[in-house]
Design a protein around this ligand. Structure first.
Ligand code: S3P
Length: 173
C-alpha cells in the first residue's frame, strides 16, 4: 500500500490534517520533525542554534530515507523537505505527494502561537514568510495534488483528500 505524504509550508496544517487522515484511513501517522527531535533528543530550534540549519537538513534527509521504507503510512514532513531533490525522489517513490497551501496571512496567524520555527524567528515575520514561500512555491506545486487550506478545517481538508484518493484509485471507494 502506498504512503500518503503531506508537504507544504509551515502552518498549512500538515500535522493536524495528517493525524486525522491517518485515523480515517487506518494508516499509521508519522511526523518527520517529531521523529527527528526524538532521535536527536533536541528540539529543532535547539538544533538550529547549536549546530546550524545544515545539521538539521542532514538529519531530515536521513529521516526521509528511513520513513520512505514504511508502508500504509501518512507522513507529514517539514516545510523545507522540498529543498532537497533527493528527499522528493524518495518520497515520490514511496507514495502519493499532497501539498497543502495557505495564504501568507493565514500562515502568519497559525504560526504566531508557538515559537518553535527558527526560520520565522525574525524581526519581520511577514517578510520572512513571503520570501520563503515565493522561493519554494514551484517546488510545492510539483505535488500530485495541491489543496488551499486557508478557509478549511482539517476535517474538510481530509474529506477533499479522501475524495481524491478514491478517484485516483489509491484507496478503495
Ligand atoms: C521548516 C519547517 C519546519 C521545520 C523546520 C524548518 C522549513 O516544519 O522542519 O523548522 O524549512 O520550512 P513545519 O513545516 O512542520 O513547521
Amino acid at each position: 500500500m502506498k504512503n500518503i505524504i503531506l508537504i507544504g509550508f509551515m502552518g498549512t496544517g500538515k500535522t493536524s490534517t495528517g493525524r486525522l487522515l491517518a485515523s480515517r484511513l487506518g494508516y499509521s501517522f508519522i511526523d518527520t520533525d517529531y521523529k527527528i527531535e526524538q532521535l536527536a533528543k533536541l528540539t529543532i530550534s535547539e538544533m538550529f542554534v547549536q549546530y546550524g540549519e545544515g545539521y538539521f537538513r542532514e538529519r531530515e534527509a536521513e529521516m526521509i530515507r528511513r520513513v520512505s521504507r514504511y508502508r500504509q503510512a501518512v507522513i507529514s514532513t517539514g516545510g523545507g523537505v522540498v529543498l532537497n531533490q533527493e528527499n522528493m525522489k524518495y518520497l515520490r517513490n514511496s507514495g502519493v505527494v499532497i501539498a497543502l497551501q495557505a495564504s501568507v496571512n493565514t500562515i502568519l496567524e497559525r504560526t504566531s502561537r508557538r515559537q518553535s520555527r527558527p526560520l520565522l524567528e525574525n524581526e519581520d515575520r511577514s517578510q520572512a514568510v513571503f520570501g520563503l514561500m515565493e522561493s519554494r512555491r514551484a517546488l510545492y506545486q510539483k505535488a500530485d495534488l495541491c489543496i488551499d487550506t486557508s478557509d478549511l478545517t482539517p476535517r474538510q481538508v481530509v474529506e477533499k483528500i479522501i475524495d481524491w484518493l478514491k478517484k485516483a484509485g489509491v484507496v478503495r471507494a
